[in-house]
Design a binder for this molecule. Structure first.
Ligand SMILES: Cc1cc2nc3c(=O)[nH]c(=O)nc-3n(C[C@H](O)[C@H](O)[C@H](O)COP(=O)(O)OP(=O)(O)OC[C@H]3O[C@@H](n4cnc5c(N)ncnc54)[C@H](O)[C@@H]3O)c2cc1C
Length: 456
């Protein structure tokens, strides 16, 4: 970048421009494991749509690449400047503009954190359901990756909640898109087609009451078969998580707080289903729970454990959300996130476990059953170097199997630069549509180059 360009950036009123040592290491990576850092030439922190528009106009004229960044919690390398240029941080665009209780909508800037979106909705007696787990992610990042998570089966994904969006295009044009148009492709493009500068979100009525039920099973296939039966029945669980015994045990040891049962009356628990049932009030939830307990007799679970107090529900969720970080304690580990039609979960999980048995490492899994998303973690006591080839072979084999079973090998974490080939083989038509949209909306290829449809 020339000094002249830097000076033009610095002349954009209010835009904060960081250069050289002012650029912290955090701007050079996201949460993609074992990835090399990529440093931008400059970081620009914007506070307004106007600043974003002026910056994009300048970068378009100069052919300079721009990588938009929310909180950098992505796990596909999507917000990392693999081709240098500018990182445009929107974390200061973090105002909630308005909440309309009657219309049940929230208008806000993209840098608002998910945890703040949820808390604001709650303070108005409303509910914003999408929740990928990482609550320090921004709403802009969530929408740009169409983030999902445990409740996506019942409530849908992040893009499903966007009513309209203000966008800045690659040439600096400011425009709005409404849900009547094809929002999902542009919004969920991981910052490759436009910069989101404002969102209007649909909120829903908060469930009046809810309860968490834990159903431990003696074997994994019975647990998944039970999950299928529950999905066909009338209970409409907001969440149905499958957690295998190995991940529960491993994570419980790391946190020192083994919340989920490891055995029931001397029988080892091979898998647990965690269900959340919702109804309009406490009485209705009580009644639903009783109906469920009666129904569950045919499910072959070892017990039903009830979490009805706020503290118990928090404890269950904290134990579930700890799975991910617990893996950091392994000497070497590999994570693969894929999704398959829920009827194929057993086949995929059994296959992944067999790879671990053959390769001499432990494979653990948990799954958002209704949408078929599975998080696999392979852990080993081998050194990282020793494990590297096995980890790569495991990830490749699981993803190939997932495609064979009719699933998506990119699943929740998006494409970024890490999953481009898998995007192509999971969804050839979607890939072609993205290529066409890129040619139309960003012909100079300055928005987030090296991502989604273009190798770095
Ligand atoms: C422990 C952990 C668990 C996770 N679990 C899940 C999970 O279960 N499900 C799931 O879906 N994700 C999960 N994630 C991934 C991550 O939290 C999500 O991808 C999240 O939506 C990213 O938000 P962010 O603000 O950090 O975005 P970033 O990582 O900063 O950016 C992600 C992408 O969005 C683009 N972007 C960001 N803001 C904008 C904007 N305003 N306009 C245009 N483009 C923009 C970036 O260019 C980039 O391509 C997890 C992450 C961690 C660390």
């Amino acid at each position: 970048m020339t000094n002249e360009t830097i000076s033009k950036l610095q002349q954009i009123p209010g835009l904060k421009v960081l250069l050289g040592e002012q650029i912290g290491a955090d701007y050079c990576h996201d949460e993609l494991p074992d990835a090399r850092p990529y440093a931008p030439e400059a970081v620009c922190e914007a506070e307004s749509t106007q600043q974003v528009s002026q910056l994009m106009k300048l970068c378009s004229e100069e052919g300079l690449s721009v990588t938009v960044r929310g909180a950098g919690t992505g796990r596909a390398g999507a917000s990392v400047p693999v081709k240098g240029g500018i990182v445009l941080s929107l974390k200061e665009m973090n105002k909630i503009i308005s909440v309309d209780e009657e219309a049940m909508t929230m208008t806000l800037q993209p840098g608002v954190l998910l945890q703040d979106v949820k808390a604001e909705a709650e303070s108005h007696g409303l509910y914003y359901p999408p929740d990928p787990g990482e609550k320090t992610a921004t709403i802009g990042g969530n929408v740009s990756t169409n983030a999902s998570g445990p409740c996506a089966g019942k409530y849908g994904r992040s893009c499903d909640y966007v009513l309209d969006a203000e966008l800045v295009l690659a040439d600096g044009t400011v425009t709005t898109l409404s849900a009547r148009e094809d929002l999902r492709q542009v919004l969920g493009s991981e910052g490759t087609l436009a910069v989101i500068t404002r969102l209007s979100l649909k909120l829903v009525k908060a469930p009046g009451a809810d309860v968490i039920l834990l159903l431990p099973f003696a074997d994994s296939d019975t647990a998944l078969a039970a999950a299928e039966k529950i999905a066909q029945a009338d209970f409409a669980p907001a969440v149905m998580e499958y957690m295998d015994g190995e991940i529960v045990e491993f994570s419980g040891k790391v946190t020192g707080n083994p919340v989920f049962p490891l055995e029931i009356d001397g029988c080892p628990v091979a898998a647990t289903l965690m269900l959340s049932l919702e109804a309009e009030d406490e009485d209705a939830v009580e009644e639903l729970m009783e109906q469920f307990a009666e129904y569950a007799e045919e499910l072959e679970c070892l017990d039903i454990l009830v979490g009805d107090s706020i503290s118990m529900k928090r404890e269950f969720w904290a134990a579930h959300d700890a799975f991910h970080n617990s893996m950091e304690s392994a000497v070497a580990q590999v994570e693969v996130n894929v999704s398959v039609p829920s009827l194929q979960l057993s086949a995929l999980i059994n296959y992944a476990k067999s790879l671990g048995e053959e390769g001499g490492y432990k494979v653990m899994a948990y799954s958002h059953v209704p949408c078929g998303g599975v998080h696999f973690h392979g852990v080993s006591d081998m050194s990282k170097d020793e494990f590297r080839d096995r980890a790569a072979a495991f990830a490749k084999a699981v993803r190939s199997k997932c495609l064979e079973l009719g699933g998506s090998a990119t699943a929740e974490y998006g494409v970024g630069y890490a999953n481009i080939d898998w995007f192509k083989s999971s969804d050839a038509e979607g890939y072609q549509q993205m290529l066409q949209a890129k040619a139309k909306l960003d012909p100079r290829g300055i928005l987030n180059p090296g991502k989604v449809v273009e190798q770095c």
